[in-house]
Ligand binder design. Structure first.
Ligand code: HSE
Length: 440
């Protein structure tokens, strides 16, 4: 009879509670699948007295995460506290240095300290598993690290933040305000404790940097990712996108270019007919372009207790089975250096929304400035906004008019130069809105 795998769980919030419940409810199945029992023997959390209804009778309570990581009774330390630094960092380091295995859902910490922790795991022989850190229930870490070991990958991209996709979906479909949608995402337990990590794109960047490391054999580095969030996206952009046959999604993209691996996070126009555009609400999706084969797309719930617990428990099951994959798919010493690709070299199509002065010659000036930069326009739409008309139905001269342009592929540098010139010409008011287009 093989001894049970004894777990210490740090963090009993939404995810921790769901993990404890799943291990209890699925005990027989897990035992059959792993060839041994899995038991929670010790826990710790911020509040010992909080009512939890988790059936933790007989489970010991450690005074803090570090004490739990050093507890000789546990084989595997499960870190579900979150936070990119302490106390999670010292606790995980101690567990790995003790030769224990570690399972973590903490993308912020892995994006920042993952290399150091992977090196500790390599040195001391424990596993360091973090499937739940990216895409919650979607097994994308395993897919890249194990399922596609032999495949040469050109690009990995996707919707990696449930909160942002939930907000954009509801703003588009129900015409709700950004603030109302964010409040709902918080209420439903999707958003980070500080939701600016979601809406400013940093959560997506952390997840993307982990995927890029696994896909391309590069060092995980959040600072190598160019990041823009969704706070500038207005209902007007979502309406214009819909009219032009697009949807706006916050995408994380890691792609092989002539100058290295480009990693970027930004709101993106995707054709309404594309598979990524069908991904709605809190759902995440990751597409992997492997050389010599059609793309692989994985779609599933990207946030929430049960979805995240599914991946955490699968990682624990691997530890129980004795599987020890290298955390980033190859020894840390063999991961290549990462550098930040300058976004001004990015090439692609662009959506541009300008508030133009409604005067003769404005459109011509804009077209001239774009032409000077060799930017070719695919479509141009001018709309009088509601309330911009006089009683006789004529447009009110003083009101600026939204002009929406879609360009063919060009460089970001060219777009920036053209728009600076248009601003100098004083034919527009306010700051131009620019959204990159990803066509396939
Ligand atoms: N705040 C994250 C999201 C949780 O909305 O996707 C899952 O990582």
């Amino acid at each position: 009879m093989v001894a049970p795998l004894k777990l210490g769980i740090a963090g009993l919030g939404t995810v921790g509670a769901a993990v404890v419940t799943m291990i209890e409810q699925r005990a027989d199945v897990l035992s059959a699948r792993c060839g041994r029992d899995i038991k929670v023997v010790a826990v710790t959390a911020r509040s010992k007295t909080k009512r939890r209804d988790l059936g933790l009778d007989g489970v010991s309570w450690a005074k803090d995460a570090l004490a739990l990581a050093n507890d000789p009774e546990i084989d595997c330390f499960v870190e579900l506290m979150g936070g990119s630094d302490e106390p999670a960092l010292s606790a995980i380091s101690a567990a790995l240095a003790n030769g224990k295995s570690v399972v973590s859902a903490n993308k912020a910490l892995i994006a920042k300290h993952g290399l150091k922790l992977a090196a500790l795991a390599e040195k001391h022989g424990g596993a360091f598993n973090f499937e739940a850190a990216v895409g919650a229930a979607i097994p994308v870490v395993k897919t890249l690290r194990e399922g596609l070991t032999g495949t040469d990958i050109d690009r990995v991209y996707g919707i990696l933040n449930g909160t942002c996709n939930y907000i954009l979906t509801r703003m588009e479909q129900e015409g709700l305000s950004f603030e109302a949608c964010l409040a709902d995402a918080q209420r439903l337990g999707y958003a980070e404790a500080d939701p600016s990590f979601d809406i400013d794109g940093h959560d997506t960047a952390q997840k993307l940097s982990i995927l890029a490391s696994l896909a391309f054999g590069i060092k995980v580095s959040q600072s190598a990712v160019s990041v823009e969030g969704i706070t500038s996206i207005s209902p007007a952009d979502l309406r214009a996108a819909a009219e032009l046959g697009f949807r706006v999604k916050l995408l994380g993209v890691a792609v092989r270019t002539k100058t290295g691996i480009e990693q970027r996070v930004h709101p993106t126009m995707v054709p309404k007919s594309s598979s990524i555009a069908q991904v709605m609400g809190v759902t995440n999706a990751v597409t992997i372009d492997g050389v010599g084969m059609p793309p692989i797309t994985l779609v599933g719930p990207g946030a929430g207790g049960p979805a995240t617990a599914s991946a955490v428990v699968a990682d624990i099951a691997d530890v129980a089975r004795g599987i020890r994959a290298l955390p980033f798919g190859r020894p840390v010493a063999k991961l290549e250096a990462t550098k930040k690709a300058p976004m001004e070299h990015h090439e692609g199509g662009y959506y541009i929304r300008l508030m133009a002065r409604d005067l003769a010659g404005t459109a011509a000036t804009i077209a001239t400035r774009l032409a000077e930069q060799q930017i070719s326009i695919e479509s141009i739409v001018q709309r009088h906004p509601d309330g911009a008309f006089e009683a006789d139905g004529q447009p009110r001269k003083s009101s600026p008019v939204p002009v929406i342009l879609i360009t063919y592929a060009t460089s970001e540098d060219a777009v920036r130069r053209a728009l600076q010139a248009v601003q100098r010409d004083k034919v527009i008011s306010g700051k131009p809105q620019v959204i990159r287009i990803e066509k396939n």
